[in-house]
Design a protein around this ligand. Structure first.
Ligand SMILES: [Zn+2]
Length: 497
């Protein structure tokens, strides 16, 4: 196809195109005269980007006008073309704010939401998503839709009965999280009917890889919300998991959001933290101090990447914000029926549960809902600032939805996460790199996506403003080009006509 096309292109350039040439050799798409912003290069004005068969065929300086040689031409004059964004931390098998019981009770609301969710990621420019805890069936189903970001998954390998399995009923938890790890020191508690030899680090990584996973995620979490007694993996077990993952060329992420967990992660040689550090050993402090800086510095020196996921904390806070459901941005990403349901008694279930925590109810009753999570927000922002200003490797991820909160809307949650980074002094360029090439390379997808180069998947965004100037440029997405197909942004909105 490429040879035919190049021959036709040469004929067009040198002899002028005939309609026959167009029928046999026309490219699918020409993005003409656009400023190309590809990570690793300087912005290049007046470029022509040609797309064929869902891939970028060429990126070249504005050639003599070749009108008619592409089936579709978009005039990119004065506009900016960037690679599609990658959200490296999602949970795709969930409707924010609903549990599976609610989905059964409200099947119409749930199915409208599930149809819209992939489009909402695209609406905000995310053409690739990574689910950090999934199984092949969920991902296949997602990728079978015509209009959706390309999804990939990590296999989640918590130590058996540790977080997050601990919240799930037995024995269903062992099916929901099939890649759990055996821990010899607790062998007496290992669930009956399961073979420990299938749950060693090597066996688990082999199964994740065979199932199509591109990464492994483990967890170091002793508990929260009144719990602090959950089992965590030993250092030896995590080091063995790192070795097994690296032998298969898979990166290992760790759920770790406390000082002790991140210190453990640094010592065991993991590849990325799936959260920022919002709990410190000295629970009264919110100003960064030397102990914290030392862990962050070690994270940078060992090239351990960081997903700050600050929106997790705002998602806990915002369910108590009386104006939250009136935010007009929600209508773009959530069906009206779902927003209405969030206002009902059933839709408020998670909010009510959170209000059972005394400090939460006290603050909310006094109208001080914004103080909820204010200390961890201050800590994680300070850590992010230190990490980013000292050259740490940032990975963009929104953790959508992080818990059953309705305040983690698909796509928009990522857009809000971007604002949190900028507020923490991350530069627009660092943010751009984190959401494109850094994620692509970390997850082993660098040959496919992450930059605008010939041969890569034609997942592109056409913007009215320059994202290296301001984060608000991401609000000026005009077209989402998905595997070469042009989708006008407004057609992806939940309230599109
Ligand atoms: Zn998560």
């Amino acid at each position: 196809m490429r040879v035919v096309f190049i021959a036709a292109l040469a004929a067009c350039v040198f002899q002028g195109c005939t309609s026959d040439d167009r029928a046999t050799g026309a490219a699918d798409l020409l993005l003409a005269n656009v400023v190309v912003i590809s990570p690793g290069g300087v912005p290049s004005p007046r470029m022509d980007v040609i797309v064929e068969n869902g891939r970028i065929l060429s990126v070249e300086k504005s050639a003599p006008r070749r009108s008619g040689f592409a089936r579709k031409t978009i005039d990119g004059s004065g506009k900016f073309l960037i690679p599609g964004l990658i959200d490296g931390h999602t949970h795709l098998n969930e409707v924010p704010g609903m549990n599976f019981e609610h989905e059964r009770s409200y099947p119409d609301i749930s199915s409208a939401a599930r149809s819209q969710i992939p489009r909402s990621y695209l609406y905000h420019g995310f053409t690739t998503v990574v689910d950090l805890n999934s199984t092949p069936g969920v991902i296949e189903q997602w990728n079978s839709l015509a209009v959706r970001p390309q999804a990939y998954f990590c296999g989640a390998s918590p130590v058996f009965d540790g977080y997050p399995m601990s919240w799930m009923p037995k024995p269903a938890r062992y099916d929901i999280m099939p890649y759990f790890l055996f821990d010899e020191s607790r062998s007496a508690e290992f669930p009956e009917g399961f073979d420990p030899s299938r749950h060693t680090p090597t066996a688990v990584v082999d199964r994740i890889r065979a199932d199509g996973g591109i990464c492994v995620k483990t967890h170091y979490e002793r508990g929260f919300g009144g719990r602090g007694d959950l089992p965590v993996p030993t250092a030896a077990l995590v080091k063995a998991l790192v070795g097994a993952a690296h032998a298969k060329k898979l990166p290992l992420l760790m759920h770790a959001n406390s000082e002790s967990a991140q210190s453990f992660g640094v010592d065991t040689g993991i590849d990325a933290f799936a959260h920022g550090m919002w709990t410190w050993n000295d629970r009264l402090l919110t100003e960064i101090h030397t102990d914290i800086e030392e862990i962050v510095n070690q994270t940078i020196v060992r090239d351990i990447a960081l997903q700050p996921t600050i929106q997790v904390l705002y998602g806990e806070q915002d369910i108590h914000n009386p104006d939250y459901l009136d935010d007009p941005r929600l209508k773009r990403v959530l069906p009206g029926g779902l927003i209405d349901w969030y206002r009902t008694d059933d839709g408020q279930w998670w909010r009510r549960r959170m209000l059972q925590v005394p400090i939460v109810s006290q603050l909310v009753e006094q109208g001080l809902w914004q103080e909820l999570d204010a200390p961890p927000i201050a800590r994680v922002s300070a850590v992010l600032e230190h990490f980013a200003s000292n050259g740490g490797r940032l990975l963009f991820g929104s953790d959508t939805p992080s818990d059953p909160t309705f305040a983690n809307p698909p796509g928009l949650n990522g857009r809000m996460e971007m604002d949190r980074w900028i507020a923490a002094s991350v530069t627009p360029e660092q943010l751009f790199l984190a959401a494109t090439v850094n994620n692509a390379n970390f997850f082993g997808l660098g040959d496919e996506i992450g930059t605008i180069e010939a041969g890569k998947r034609a997942d592109l965004l056409l913007l009215g403003e320059n994202p290296l100037d301001s984060v608000s440029a991401y609000d000026t997405i005009e077209q989402v080009i998905l595997r070469g197909v042009v989708l006008h942004r407004s057609s992806l909105a939940a309230d599109a006509d």
